[in-house]
Ligand binder design. Structure first.
Ligand SMILES: [Zn+2]
Length: 645
């Protein structure tokens, strides 16, 4: 579903020149524009196509003159009916005129009932399960709305037309099934234009001819594709050819840019090649590896991840990394509901961070810190979209993009890199999801399968729950440099009572540091960790793995109490006794056994860690009776009576 444009504040139908467009680089900007764009189309009805057929293939033939905002062409679709029928209907804007419909080389009748609907009537009934085909000849001026689905403007004085269909805009300019209930298995596009121009589209350019006045491009795409991801652009494009080696395959990376932008695209394309290699390595093979990846320049502010061919306004690094990521998360696997928009946008946002983590490790922590700060700038809000009628909520940059990205970062923290990336790769290649649609539970199921962990609580807290924890870490150390750590948290929103998470703590002084990780699972839980030196500072979550805010680290007074608890069992003892001692001071001590006459019978030296100690004493050599157990350390002593039966 959806949209994925990144970018700017371009409003209405006014034409604009490059210098007027502020390129936005932050996620908030991305979300703002996706929202603006969505508001434009939310009023457009979704699919009204009949549900009695599925399309497996489209052949689209278009005549386009970028100087004239008109679409003219014919669309042949191969389809299979679900029921025996003599009629099917496609989505198509009422502003477009259907000239004729051909079925088995003969004209057949059609009607335009309802709104934005093309009903085709066959001369005979088509049996359920039968494969068949039909061709629609049509033309007209597509409905225009702002930067709309079928856009015409100029760049540097030269006309350009590009499409940007968004969730439900494809029917504005071609007859198709407009919904997200299925993807056609493949598509061909044959686009003719005056030969001063050339067309860019999805898939592979298998043929381009020029008869002296008209240039015709034949594009072939052999992967499942949703109709909103079908697109073309036509202008005096300059074509740049690059490639990237992905395993055994040398993938073409083809750029169609405005001639005036050639230098910039030439300069920046290597960055997206680097991102391609990286994503291919970590997230599984580039989803359309038998074809190409490409960029097509358009004048809409931002980017849109058209399949195999992202449309972008400028080759800005974050924009390129984000749109490329959508080829895996959005195009190959598309979120199956608005509630799960983070499966597109959270992933695309996180992959862009991942890209920068690899190419600019020095800036990584600062970027995460900023991401955390923006995500926790309000105390509430879930990644799960609780109100799909609320456009601002669906495209919330803070929640669907940033918090979604942070949830992925935390899954990586909990799982470790190996299992995290394996789990994500399995999700992308899951036969139920690949080249189709997914819900959040599908991601959870795959992560659980690779790890054996139960992520129910995690998703309850971080996906459907709202807010984040504020940690208080109280710590002190004993003479042996063991640290006693007490961790508590308050949550920013009542929907989550406690966020169970592993938490990293960095102990440091002027010359040494050590990071320990504790599993914080209840409030005021006490942990003992051997630090190995005396620290003066503890930094909570130094690498920003856990979304949190307002954390406090408190150094408590040094532990001086020698022993604050001692337990003996069993009582009475028979052959031996177990002594459990809590000795937070960390001082070594002796255990001595005396008889009631005061004679020393046995001594045991105990080297303590400072944690709870369990010491076994064997009394089998001693006669039954009463003894005194004395614990001694310097001038400290403690005596307990033992009855041996
Ligand atoms: Zn996006």
């Amino acid at each position: 579903m959806k949209r994925f444009f990144i970018s700017l504040l371009v409003i209405g139908s006014k034409s604009f020149s490059q210098h007027e467009i502020p390129l936005c680089k932050t996620t908030e900007d991305i979300a703002f524009n996706e929202r603006s764009s969505f508001q434009r189309t939310i009023l457009v009805a979704r699919s009204s196509a009949s549900s009695n057929f599925q399309v497996s293939y489209y052949r689209c033939i278009w005549d386009i003159d970028p100087a004239v905002r008109v679409v003219k062409g014919n669309i042949t679709s191969h389809f299979t009916t679900n029921t025996t029928t003599n009629t099917i209907s496609y989505d198509l804007s009422d502003q477009l005129t259907v000239d004729s419909v051909y079925y088995h080389d003969s004209k057949t009748s059609f009607s335009r009932p309802g709104t934005d609907l093309l009903q085709i009537n066959f001369p005979v009934s088509i049996n359920a399960g039968q494969k068949d085909s039909v061709t629609v000849f049509y033309q007209g001026i597509p409905p225009y709305s702002g930067f709309g689905t079928f856009n015409q403007t100029t760049h540097n004085g030269v006309p350009v037309i590009w499409t940007l269909s968004e969730p439900y805009g494809a029917k504005d300019w071609w007859p198709c099934r407009n919904g997200l209930d299925d993807k056609a298995d493949s598509i061909d596009m044959i686009i003719s234009c005056p030969d001063a121009y050339r067309a860019s589209s999805n898939g592979m350019l298998v043929n381009e001819t020029d008869n002296g006045t008209i240039r015709t491009a034949f594009y072939k795409h052999r992967y499942p594709i949703a109709s909103y991801l079908v697109a073309f652009g036509v202008t005096n494009y300059k074509v740049l050819n690059h490639s990237v080696q992905l395993g055994n395959i040398n993938l073409p990376m083809i750029t169609y840019c405005y001639p005036e932008s050639e230098t910039s695209f030439q300069l920046n394309t290597p960055k997206v090649l680097q991102a391609l290699s990286l994503y291919h390595q970590y997230f599984g093979a580039y989803p359309f590896i038998n074809e190409k990846y490409g960029h097509t320049q358009f004048s809409w502010g931002g980017g849109m991840e058209h399949q195999t061919n992202s449309f972008i306004i400028t080759p800005e690094e974050n924009l390129m990394a984000h749109e490329l990521a959508h080829q895996w998360f959005g195009d190959k696997v598309t979120c199956g509901s608005w509630q799960d928009i983070w499966l597109n946008e959270g992933f695309a946002t996180y992959l862009s961070y991942f890209y920068f983590e690899k190419i600019d490790p020095a800036g990584h922590l600062n970027r995460l810190k900023n991401l955390s700060n923006s995500t926790t700038s309000a105390p509430d809000g879930s990644v799960w979209v609780n109100d799909t009628a609320n456009i601002n909520r669906i495209f919330s940059g803070r929640l669907s993009y940033n918090k979604g990205a942070y949830v992925l970062h935390m899954l990586r923290w909990v799982l470790g890199d190996t299992l995290f990336f394996r789990g994500i790769r399995q999700y992308l290649s899951d036969p139920k999801l690949a080249y189709g649609f997914a819900r959040t539970d599908d991601l959870k199921r795959n992560l659980e399968q690779v790890s054996g962990k139960d992520f129910s609580e995690f998703f309850k807290d971080w996906f459907t729950g709202q807010g984040y924890p504020a940690y208080t870490v109280k710590w002190t150390q004993n003479n042996n440099s063991w640290a006693r750590i007490t961790i508590s948290q308050v949550t920013s929103h009542a929907s989550v009572s406690f966020f169970e998470m592993p938490l990293a703590l960095n102990f440091k002084n002027a010359t040494q540091e050590k990071t320990v990780v504790v599993n914080s699972s209840t409030n005021n839980e006490i942990f003992w960790e051997n630090i190995g030196f005396k620290a003066d500072t503890v930094i909570i979550d130094p690498e920003y793995w856990v979304l949190s805010r307002n954390n406090i680290s408190v150094k408590e007074n040094a532990i001086t109490t020698m022993v604050n608890d001692i337990k003996l069992y069993p009582i009475p003892a028979t052959t031996g006794i177990t002594i459990r001692i809590r000795n937070p001071s960390g001082n070594d001590f002796q255990l001595r056994v005396y008889n009631t006459a005061g004679q020393l019978l046995s001594t045991k030296q105990v080297t303590t860690s400072g944690r709870d100690e369990e010491i076994q004493f064997n009394f089998s050599q001693l006669p039954r009776g009463v003894y005194l157990l004395r614990l001694e350390a310097g001038d400290f002593h403690l005596t307990r009576r033992i009855v041996l039966k």
